[in-house]
Design a protein. Structure first.
Length: 95
């Protein structure tokens, strides 16, 4: 709506439907092709959990960078302790 208002005020012809129609067609065509291919493919819990872990790590890292410096330092120290604990558990499993 904002773009449409600006374009009409500036006298520039612009249509949202004309701009987005080709993209929408490509998306719809791709989704029908994917549905035909994905009937044989199954979504696995392992893949979903991996996706959520990756997404969560990205969200947490962005949130931590926005924290004040003293709190960021504490969070980094806690993360380091957790990482060392995990590495210790992995070495115990291997031996």
């Amino acid at each position: 709506i904002l773009i449409k208002g600006l374009s009409s005020r500036l006298g520039i012809p612009w249509s949202l439907s004309q701009e987005w129609a080709p993209l929408a067609r490509r998306v719809l065509e791709g989704s029908t092709k994917q549905k035909a291919q994905s009937k044989n493919d199954k979504i696995r819990i392992k893949d979903v959990t991996k996706l959520f872990k990756t997404w969560g790590r990205g969200k947490v890292s962005r949130a931590v960078t926005k924290l004040p410096s003293p709190i960021r330092t504490r969070v980094a120290a806690i993360a380091l302790k957790l990482q060392k604990r995990r590495e210790g558990k992995e070495t115990k499993r291997r031996s």
